[in-house]
Design a protein around this ligand. Sequence first.
Ligand SMILES: *[C@@H]1O[C@H](CO)[C@@H](O)[C@H](O)[C@H]1NC(C)=O
Ligand SMILES: *[C@@H]1O[C@H](CO)[C@@H](O)[C@H](O)[C@H]1NC(C)=O
Ligand SMILES: *[C@@H]1O[C@H](CO)[C@@H](O)[C@H](O)[C@H]1NC(C)=O
Ligand SMILES: *[C@@H]1O[C@H](CO)[C@@H](O)[C@H](O)[C@H]1NC(C)=O
Ligand SMILES: CC(=O)N[C@H]1CO[C@H](CO)[C@@H](O)[C@@H]1O
Length: 665
Amino acid sequence: MLPSLVHLLLLGGTYLLPHTTAQVTVYGQIPLAQTVTPTDDTGAPQPTLAAYNNTELVPPPVPNPPPGLSFTMNLERNAAAVSGLSIPHVGPAFWGFSVEMSVLTQVLGKNSSHIGVPFLNLIANLQERAGGVYIRIGGNTQEFAVMVEPDSEYLRPDHTFGKTDSGTQQTTETPAVLYTIDMFYIASNISSLVNVKWFLGVPFNDTTTWRTQIAEYGMEILGDNLLGLQAGNEPDLYEMFQHRTAPYTPWDYMGEVNDLLAHVDTNDRIPRKNIFIGPSIATKAWTPEQVWETGFIDHFKDRFYCFSVENYPYDNCAAQFNTGRPHVNVQELFPYYLNHDNMIEHVGKYRNTGLLVQQTGKPLIMFETNTGSCGGFMGISDSFAAALWSTDYGFQLAHTNFTHGLLHVGGQNAYYNPFTSPPTNQSAFNQWTIGAVYYSTIVLAEAFGKTNTSRIVDLMPNEGSVYTPAYAIYENDILNKVALFNYMDDLQTGTHAISVAINVPGGVPSNVRVKYLASHSVSSKNITWAGQTLGPQLTVDGRFRGELDVVDVPCDVVADTCTVRVPAPGFALVFLDTSNEVLSIGQATQTFTTSAYTRVHNTAYMDPSLVAVSNGHSAKNRVDGLGSTSVGSVAGTATQLWVPRLGVLTGIVLGGLGFMRVLRR
Ligand SMILES: *[C@@H]1O[C@H](CO)[C@@H](O)[C@H](O)[C@H]1NC(C)=O
Ligand SMILES: *[C@@H]1O[C@H](CO)[C@@H](O)[C@H](O)[C@H]1NC(C)=O
Ligand SMILES: *[C@@H]1O[C@H](CO)[C@@H](O)[C@H](O)[C@H]1NC(C)=O
Ligand SMILES: *[C@@H]1O[C@H](CO)[C@@H](O)[C@H](O)[C@H]1NC(C)=O
Ligand SMILES: CC(=O)N[C@H]1CO[C@H](CO)[C@@H](O)[C@@H]1O
C-alpha cells in the first residue's frame, strides 16, 4: 500500500505531502548513496536508499522467564484424525509477488528485450520447488495508469514505462503512470521462459469512462497466462484519499464493480468475462464482514477468478513520505515481528472470510502484503526476523485457508523488497540485492511441494508459547513435514535453543531430514537456507551458493519420537519422508546465466564455468514447464533466449549485467 510518492501527491487530506518532498521521484532509479529525501527523525538526509540500507537493530532480549526449552508434540500420522486442517494447497508457490506498476522495469527489466536474468533465476528457484509463481502487476499506481503509444513524447526512448513530469501536473487528467504495449510483451516473454501466471488491474479512478486496455491487451497478448483482473485496489481507502466523495460504502464499491462488468459485457475485445478479482480491501476502513454483508461473494462468484484482500500489520508512511505524523520507532516495533500471537491476530481477522470463500470453491488471495506499508521498516523488513515472520505468515495464511499470498515489491525506496535490481548507473558492475522475505517464499514452496494435497495446521505447542510456534503439514493424508520456529535470539547468552520431541504413534521413520533457515541473529541480513545463500547485497545473480546442508536426525523408533533442535533464533523444516525430491534441490537445475561487465576492465566478461553449468545440467532434469532443454532456444515460441555460450557471442550486444537479451527470430 502507498509505496508511490506520486500517488501520495495525488492525495488530499491526511496524507498530503509537504512541498519540500516533491523533489523525490519514485519512478527514476535514484543512484545508491545519492542524498535523497525523505529525511529521518532528526531531519538529516538518509545517505542510502532503503533497499540497500544496512541498519541492524538490537535483538529483543530473551523472555524472562523463558518458555519451555524442551517440549514434546504428540502428532497423528493420519490426517483423518486431525481437526482444523486447512484446505489442500494447490498449484504454484504459495507466496508469489506483487509488483508496483511504477517500478516494474526496475524489477523485471527495461523492456521486453531486456529482462532481468537474476529475476528469472529467482523465479526458476521457486518453479523447481512448486511448479510456478503468481505475479501481480499493480498497486496504487494501477488506478491512474494509462496506456500510450511506444513513441509517446512522455517516454524515454526504448522505455516501457514513464510518468508525467511534475507533482503539480498530477491530476486525474494527467496520469501518474504511462505504459506501452511492451508491458504485456515483458510479461508474456517472461512466461515463455518460466512458469509465471499474471494478475493485472483495471484502473478504477474513472468509473464512467472505463479504461480497459489493460484487459483487452492483457487477454490478447498474455492469453491463459493472464489469470485475473483486479476490479479496484483498496477501495476502502478511496474516501480517505479523496478518490471518491464521502460517504463511499461497500455498496457503492459493489455498484462500481457491477458497472465494470456491464461494460465488459459489451466489449468484444474482452472475451474472458469472468476473471475479475475483488474486493482487495486494505482492511483498514472496512472490515471484510462489511463487504460480505452486501452479498458480495454470492453476487460476483461466477464472474470472479478469486476473492482478494490486502493488508499490512503497520505502515511507515510518516517516515517514508514525511507526512508530519510521528514516525514509528523501529527498535520498539521490532519485537512485534517475533511473536506468534501477533501473527494469529494479524491473520485471524480473515478466519470467517476463509470459511466463506471456501464454499465458492474460488481461491482466496492475500493480494498485497509485506512487513509494513509505505516501504516497510529500516532494520526490520530486511532482517532475519522478517524471514522468520514471513515464513510464519505464509503458513498462518495457508492454515486460515488462503490459497496464495503476494509479497509486495516496491522499488529502491522500500526496505521490504524480496529482490531489488541495482541502481541504474551501477547496473554495469553490480548485481541484485535479495530481501529476507524471499527466503520465506522458498521455504513455503518446499513445504507444500507440487502434489496439490498439502494441508496444514497450526499446532500451538509448548503451552501456546508465542516464541515457539509449529505447524504440521499433511500430504496425501499422511503427516509429511513439521515446521518449527524459535523466535528467541540468544546471541548474548547462547542458552535458548529449543529441543522439540516429535512423537507420532506408529509413524516415525528411522531418521528424519531437516533443512534450517538460519542466521546468527534476528537482526542480521546474512541468511542461509539449508546452508546455502543467495549472497550479500549487490552481488545476487539469483542462484543459491554454497554446499547444500540437510541435517540427518536419527529417531527413536521404539518411543516413536524424533527430537529436533532449533537454534535461537531459527526455523527448521523437518521432512518425515526422506525420499522427498526437494531434499536434493539446491540450485535450480536450469538457470539463466548472464553477461557481466567488470568495473576494472569495463569490458564484457563471462565466467566460462558458469556457461558450462548453464548448458550442462538442463537436459534431463529441467525445471518443469521450461520450453526447451537447449538454453539457446525456447522451443515453439517466437523468442530466442540468449544465454551466454562460448562461440555465440559475436554480434550480440551485451545488455549490461543482470539483463538478458531476448532476441526476436
Ligand atoms: C551514479 O549517479 C550519481 C548521480 O548522478 C553519482 O553521484 C554517482 O557517482 C554515480 N555512481 C557511479 C558509480 O557512477
Ligand atoms: C496441481 O495443480 C496445478 C494447478 O491447477 C496443475 O497445473 C498441476 O498439474 C497439478 N499437479 C498435480 C500433481 O496434480
Ligand atoms: C529495449 O531497449 C534496448 C536498449 O535500449 C533497445 O535496443 C530495444 O530496441 C528496446 N526494445 C523494445 C522492445 O523497446
Ligand atoms: C480451514 O478450512 C477447513 C476445512 O473447511 C476448516 O476445517 C478449518 O477450520 C479452516 N481453518 C480455519 C483457521 O478457519
Ligand atoms: C513470447 C512473446 O511474447 N514474445 C514477445 C517478446 O517481446 C516482443 C516485443 O519486444 C514480442 O514481439 C514478442 O512477441
